[in-house]
Design a protein around this ligand. Structure first.
Ligand code: AMP
Ligand code: ZN
Length: 113
């Protein structure tokens, strides 16, 4: 997508702090961290949100989750604990319409859940 900020990051047109990447997914540091560790995991393929994941195979969805676990481990929070969040749509406050998972940790997390 030409005007998608995360697609621009994936193409290297906008700088980002890349934590981990493979052929299908990348993880970057969130530019406005809400916790000591706040990473964003996203597929290279543009999907607007989890609502569109029906076009994926189950294997691809599993790979996204396994990649997310690997990202948490690489960031050193695999054992201390972390939270994975994906905002979908207006009421969740989704700002960037490119599917992404927030990975938060590095302290005891408060919040709704
Ligand atoms: P969401 O509200 O779930 O759509 O989250 C979008 C996230 O993207 C926010 O936490 C932003 O801080 C983050 N973000 C926006 N632009 C950038 C950027 N250029 N690099 C890294 N993170 C970004
Ligand atoms: Zn995109």
């Amino acid at each position: 997508m030409d005007d998608c900020i995360f697609c621009k990051i994936i193409r290297g047109e906008i700088p980002s702090g890349r934590v981990l990447e493979d052929d299908d997914f990348i993880a970057i540091h969130d530019i406005n961290p809400k916790a000591p560790v706040h990473l964003l995991v996203m597929p290279r393929e543009h999907l607007a949100s989890l609502n569109d994941i029906g076009c994926w195979t189950g294997e691809r969805a599993q790979k996204l989750l396994e990649f997310t676990v690997a990202v948490a481990r690489a960031a050193g929070i695999g054992e201390s604990g972390y939270r994975v969040i994906s905002n979908v749509g207006r009421d969740a406050g989704q700002e960037v319409d490119h599917l992404h998972l927030h990975v938060l940790g590095g302290e005891r997390l408060g919040g709704l859940l």
